[in-house]
Design a protein around this ligand. Sequence first.
Ligand SMILES: *[C@@H]1O[C@H](CO)[C@@H](O)[C@H](O)[C@H]1NC(C)=O
Length: 490
Amino acid sequence: MATLVLLLLLLLVVVSHSSSTTHDYHNALHKSILFFEGQRSGKLPQDQRLKWRRDSALQDGFNAGVGVDLTGGYYDAGDNVKFGFPMAFTTTMLSWSIIDFGKNMGAELSNAVNAVKWATDYLLKVTAVKDVVYVQVGDALSDHNCWERPEDMDTLRTVYKVDRVNPGSDVAGETASALAAASIVFRSRDPGYSRLLLDRAVMVFQFADNYRGAYSSSLRSAVCPFYCDFNGYKDELLWGAAWLHKASRRREYREYIAKNEEVLGAGDTINEFGWDNKHAGINVLLSKEVLMGKDDSLKLFKQNADRFICSIMPQGGSHSQIQYSPGGLIFKAGPSNMQHVTSLSFLLLAYSNYLSHANKAVACGGERSVSSSQLKYLAKRQVDYILGDNPLKMSYMVGYGAKYPLRVHHRASSLPSVGVHPARIGCKAGSRYYLSPNSNPNLLIGAVVGGPNSSDAFPDSRPFFQESEPTTYINAPLVGLLAYFWAHPN
Ligand SMILES: *[C@@H]1O[C@H](CO)[C@@H](O)[C@H](O)[C@H]1NC(C)=O
């Protein structure tokens, strides 16, 4: 009897412990997608769910002597500039989230697809003319000088482009990747739209490859230091070819990849992945072909992907090159750490699935090997940290959990909404809201912020933008991660 009581007690302890660390991944998934509605630019549709936002930037493209419709798309972060380079990367990652994990999204799938379409409708506008890509709307210095609602904007909406004379293989290559990845998302849902996206991707990739150069050479003062191409454009050419290969299965792209793998530096900086550096993403994406037994000629990419895994896993031994905070969060130098956390975790999870389908593990030299479930575990650990399993016991997603960031560095969220305060709030009149210790009046639900510093501390203060600013490319890979962990919580 006593043993039975003891056993029951033990069971109770185990159950209550595990329930305290289980997250509502479905709720977080729902919110992570809703966030994109808060970033929308242009004319908002009837079914807009985030009601405190209104139409904005309806003259984009018309008013800058360009005379083309460049309305729509997403603001990248807490400001009101439309930066094409990170917007395209966001679109690629949202699409990859759906391609690999859409089957785990349930009713949220249609919302995720809508989030992609909001971007691709815009990307089709910016690539309508052959050998031209409009890569940015808004003068970042003029924008950053004001704390203004997008609905009130009177800052310079300068339009920037790349073309044959001033090329941008980086931004054009990423745009081609986004269009190609999205064409897979729409393949069965809307075949006509899907074909349009793929044809455009082919055209934009040709431009990126034929007219080579970094967009920050000609557009330095507009795009630097914000989304300067620090890392060169070769990775975006390989990345574009990899997505076109996956989307079109045309032989020319596989041949392009095989021919250029060394030239374009497939093995450089293997453990980086973000809006500027695509290397780890290229290697993981192309490894799937190798692991599925489809294409052994790409095995170099699999070797690079294995090296990436060994460099990121604590079990990677001497190959381990990644820093973790004391609380267990992946940490990389530079602003907005959470972008690395979500994008690297996405690759861990995607690679884990490819490995487990092929019944393979990663060899890290010597006796060390890393299993697919270890990759998955690390990805889940990162997601759980974001949702609240961290030293501060707070969620880094706005509106999720009992404690989350309240003073997010985001103009629209921190200023009173147009509904509550219809009168215009000018450029400098917004400063008092920026400096206020009060919580943001409009909940930017689902936004994941830059996150804690390397000691797991978080100031929750607007001026600390590296920690408190959300971005679209933090959330895009997280959508896929949350879908998977909702379907596979253990
Ligand atoms: C992180 O922030 C906390 C609180 O502001 C500070 O005490 C600590 O020194 C910071 N750590 C690092 C590594 O910057």
